[in-house]
Design a binder for this molecule. Structure first.
Ligand code: S3P
Length: 429
């Protein structure tokens, strides 16, 4: 599908956000491993969480989502999963593959995890290494999926693992494998990444010498639970930037997840001069949530790098759009992880923003963008079959003169199935 986005005169209204993708994956996996019937409220109908559901069903777990978004899962307990009759297809979802690999490593039976073409090109040694250190038997194909895991009869060996890369997926993989270890597993992270797994499992976290030690004790069990998934901050991000850039705008985003390990974009936009207010802050289950309002503002360039990066890792494509429309230079550093996401996001954004007339230099670990305010010109761009690239370019299209067309724009369904209709609904052209 080619999506056309004309320049918008204003954006107004309340945006209906999808439920948080990261929390959805985890709620489905933890419910499947739980003892008894769990419910997940506001479980999304996006492609990635659906991949996780398909996989847990392939492991013998009954999981049904009704039209109101309530997912009911009959958990089989840590030891109750059934051998899958075919490879577990994780689709486009790195989180599904990496988290489930941790679970599969601890099973008595073998399994194969595979995914679409993009996922089969993403690095998997980062999970195979720690899992092998725990005694798991794992084969990759030249560092990639399909991942073949052979069963273990004696459980896994507990390890103390210092993450070599700031990745919540790797951290979560090792923590989930730790549930199957004969002893105490400790994951050490020097740069904090999103902490949903440790929150949802209720794990002990110690601060030691500026690092976080996350501990899975022996004999950890997962009780059945009622989870409630907040709105996806990473989906809200597109509208926070769109509402800032398009003149005469006021957008409301309600019930948004505001976990501080996810919201560094708010600090960046604040530093750029955005007009954003948060109200009604509260705690829902193990996660902070709130309502956000954004109004148009003049943005200026900013430097983004260092420890902030993992806390806005998925927001860098949309930060690049904000930067291209801001006044002055923005430098994004330490973001080399973007090269191994659903596509090489640094390259994709450099190409696409250049096509719209922005001044962008691509660096190995980031981008340098010289903002030229309201001077972008509509053009034809590619989504690279990456949901966040497609949506970021949709926002750029709202600002650029004329019309922007985005090829393969349907990939937004991976995390935000209603993105294009929501954009259209709140926009006046
Ligand atoms: C995620 C972690 C991040 C993020 C991804 C979701 C998660 O990946 O980019 O969209 O839910 O754990 P990495 O851990 O690979 O940085």
């Amino acid at each position: 599908m080619v999506q056309s986005v004309p320049q918008a005169a204003s954006l107004r209204g309340t945006v209906a956000l999808p439920a948080d993708k990261s929390i959805s994956h985890r709620s489905a996996i933890l419910s499947a491993l739980g003892d008894g019937r769990s419910h997940v409220y506001n479980f999304p109908d996006s492609a990635d969480p659906r991949s996780t559901l398909d996989c847990v069903r392939g492991l013998g777990v009954h999981a049904e989502r009704d039209d109101g978004g309530v997912l009911t899962v009959r958990g089989r307990g840590l030891g109750g999963l059934q051998p899958p009759s075919e490879p577990l297809d994780c689709g486009n979802s790195g989180t599904t593959m990496r988290l489930l690999s941790g679970v599969m490593a601890g099973q008595k039976f073998g399994s194969v995890l595979t995914g679409d073409e993009s996922l089969r090109q993403r690095p998997m040694e980062r999970i195979a290494d720690p899992l092998q250190a725990m005694g798991a038997r794992i084969d990759l194909r030249e560092g990639h999926a399909p991942i073949r895991i052979r069963g273990t009869q004696s459980g896994l060996t507990p390890i103390e693992y210092r993450l070599p890369v700031a990745s919540a997926q790797v951290k979560s993989c090792v923590l989930l494998a730790g549930l199957y270890a004969n002893g105490r597993t400790v994951v050490i992270e020097s740069t904090p990444s999103r902490d949903h797994t440790e929150r949802m499992l209720g794990l002990e976290v110690q601060e030691v010498g500026g690092e976080r030690h996350i501990i899975v004790g022996e004999d950890h069990t997962i009780p059945a639970a009622n989870w409630s998934v907040p709105g996806d901050f990473s989906g809200a991000a597109f509208f926070l930037v769109a509402g800032s850039l398009v003149p005469d705008s006021e957008l409301h985003l309600d019930d948004v997840g505001l976990n501080p390990s996810r919201t560094a974009l708010l600090d960046v936009l604040d530093g750029m001069g955005a007009d954003i207010t948060i109200e009604n802050e509260r705690v829902q289950g193990s996660e902070p949530v709130g309502d956000i309002m954004v109004r148009s503002a003049e943005l200026s360039g900013i430097d983004v790098g260092g420890r902030l990066i993992p806390n806005l890792i998925d927001e860098i494509p949309i930060i690049a759009v904000a930067a291209a429309c801001a006044t002055g230079r923005t430098e994004i550093r330490d973001a080399e992880e973007l090269r191994v996401k659903e596509t090489d996001r640094l390259h994709a954004m450099a190409q696409n923003l250049t096509a719209l007339g922005a001044e962008v230099q691509e660096r190995e670990d980031g981008l340098i963008i010289d903002g030229n305010g309201p001077n972008l010109l509509g053009a034809s761009v590619e989504s690279y079959d990456d949901h966040r690239i497609a949506m970021a370019m949709g926002v750029a299209g709202l600002v650029a003169h004329g019309t922007t067309t985005i090829a393969e724009a349907e990939c937004a369904r991976v995390s935000f199935p209603d993105f294009w209709s929501e954009l259209d609904r709140v926009a006046s052209f």
